[in-house]
Write a protein that binds this ligand. Structure first.
Ligand SMILES: NC(=O)C1=CN([C@@H]2O[C@H](COP(=O)(O)OP(=O)(O)OC[C@H]3O[C@@H](n4cnc5c(N)ncnc54)[C@H](O)[C@@H]3O)[C@@H](O)[C@H]2O)C=CC1
Ligand SMILES: O=C1[C@@H](O)[C@H](O)[C@@H](O)[C@H](O)[C@H]1O
Length: 335
C-alpha cells in the first residue's frame, strides 16, 4: 500500500523530509504540498510531480492525502494538527507539537475523542542507533538502576535571531525528550545555571547554559547547552548506573595519525549527525500507518516536553528550581 502524504511547510526541514519520503522511504508518495511562500511550494511540488495547494487546510482536506506532515513554523503546528485529527488523518508534526502546553492538551483531548492515536511528534533521536543501543542496556537493568546522566548539546554557532530561551525550547527540548524516553519516567524539576559567557556570541545571548533536571525516581541529569562552541555539532550522553555506565558513541570516522598528531573529524551539522535517525523515523512512521498502530513519540510526549520547556524557561529567567507538573497521563498513551 502507498501512503499519500501532504506536506505543510516546504522550508529547510520540510524539503529534507520530502526528499527522504521520495527517495529513501518505500510505500510513501508526497502528493500535495503548501507553504505561505507560494513560489517555494510550487517549485518544490514541480520537482516531485506533486500539487501545490493554497493553504495547510486545503492539504488536510484533500481527499488524495492520507497522512499529513507538518514542517511549518512552531506557532502554526497546533492548528494543523487539530485539523488533521478532525479529518481523521495521521499527522507527523515536527517539534514542537505546539508552542503552549494548553494547545498540547487540546490536541490530546481531540485525539482521545477520536479514541486512537493519529499524532506523532518529530523527536528523531529515539531513532538514532546509539541512543537505541543505550536504551536497550538501560531497559535490561544489567547495570542496575540509572542514577545520573551527563549530557551535552553543542552547536558550532547560531544565527543572531536565536535568543536565550531557545536554548531550552529549541535545543534542550531534544534532551528533555530523550531523558524521559531513556529513563522511562517523567522529569519533575528543572534548573538553569548561567556559567561565564563565551565571548563568541551575540551580546543578547546567555551561552553556555548549564541545566539540571530531576526525574520522578530521583535520577539527576546535567545538560550543557553551548550553541557557540565553535568546533562542531557535538552530542554527548552518558548514563551512570549502579554497577556501570553506558555512553553514546561518537559518530564513526577514521582516525588519522600524522606528524606526531592523531585526529578525527567532528560533524558540523545536526542534519549529518541525525540523518540516519530521520530516515528511520519516517520508515517506521509509514510502516506503523500501514499497521494502523502508531508507535513513535506521541502527543503526550509533545505535551510533557512543552511543560518541561516551560519550566526550563522559567528556571532560566528566575534562577530557581522549577517544578514540572503534568496532568495525569490518559490511558491512550500507556501507563
Ligand atoms: N527535529 C529536528 O531536529 C528539527 C526540527 N525542526 C522544526 O521544524 C520546523 C520547521 O523548521 P525549519 O524547516 O528549520 O524552518 P523554515 O523556516 O526553514 O521552514 C518553515 C516553512 O514553513 C512555512 N510556513 C510557515 N507558516 C506556514 C503556514 N501557516 N502554512 C504553510 N507554510 C508555512 C515557511 O514559509 C517556511 O517555508 C520547526 O518547528 C522546527 O523547530 C527544525 C530543524 C530540526
Ligand atoms: O532541532 C534542532 C535545531 O532546531 C537545534 O538548533 C539543534 O541544536 C538541534 O540539535 C536540532 O535537532
Amino acid at each position: 500500500m502507498t501512503v499519500h502524504i501532504g506536506v505543510i511547510g516546504t522550508g529547510m526541514i520540510g524539503q529534507d523530509h520530502i526528499r527522504r519520503l521520495t527517495d529513501v522511504v518505500t510505500g510513501a508518495e508526497v502528493v500535495a504540498v503548501t507553504d505561505v511562500d507560494g513560489a517555494r511550494a510550487a517549485e518544490v511540488a514541480s520537482g516531485i510531480g506533486a500539487r501545490a495547494l493554497p493553504t495547510g487546510q486545503d492539504v488536510i482536506a484533500d481527499p488524495l492525502v492520507d497522512a499529513v506532515v507538518v514542517t511549518s513554523w512552531g506557532p502554526t503546528h497546533a492548528e494543523f494538527v487539530l485539523a488533521a485529527i478532525a479529518a481523521g488523518k495521521y499527522v507527523f508534526c515536527e517539534k514542537p507539537l505546539a508552542t503552549t502546553a494548553e494547545d498540547c492538551l487540546r490536541i490530546i483531548e481531540a485525539e482521545q475523542s477520536v479514541g486512537r492515536r493519529l499524532v506523532q511528534v518529530g523527536f528523531m533521536r529515539r531513532y538514532d542507533a546509539g541512543y537505541r543501543a543505550m536504551k536497550e542496556v538501560l531497559d535490561s537493568r544489567d547495570l542496575g538502576h540509572p542514577l545520573m546522566m551527563h549530557c551535552a548539546h553543542r552547536n558550532p554557532t547560531v544565527p543572531e535571531a536565536y535568543h536565550s530561551a531557545m536554548a531550552v525550547q529549541d535545543t534542550a527540548v531534544h534532551e528533555i525528550d530523550t531523558i524521559r524516553w531513556l529513563l522511562d519516567e517523567e522529569i519533575v524539576s528543572a534548573q538553569v545555571i548561567r556559567p561565564r559567557r563565551t565571548a563568541n556570541r551575540f551580546e543578547h545571548l546567555v551561552d553556555p547554559q548549564f541545566m539540571l533536571f530531576e526525574t520522578a525516581s530521583g535520577v539527576r541529569v546535567d545538560l550543557e547547552v553551548f550553541v557557540n562552541c565553535q568546533f562542531g555539532y557535538d552530542i554527548q550522553c552518558e548514563t551512570v548506573c549502579e554497577t556501570g555506565t553506558v555512553r553514546l558513541p561518537d559518530p564513526a570516522d577514521v582516525i588519522v595519525k600524522t606528524a606526531a598528531v592523531q585526529r578525527t573529524g567532528v560533524l558540523q551539522d545536526w542534519k549529518d549527525r541525525f540523518g540516519a535517525a530521520f530516515d528511520r523515523e519516517f520508515v517506521e512512521w509509514i510502516a506503523s500507518i500501514d499497521d494502523g498502530r502508531l508507535a513513535g513519540p506521541s502527543a503526550w510526549d509533545g505535551y510533557a516536553a512543552a511543560v518541561t520547556t516551560d519550566a526550563g524557561t522559567e528556571a532560566l529567567e528566575t534562577g530557581r528550581v522549577v517544578s514540572v507538573r503534568l496532568k495525569d497521563r490518559p490511558d491512550l498513551y500507556g501507563s
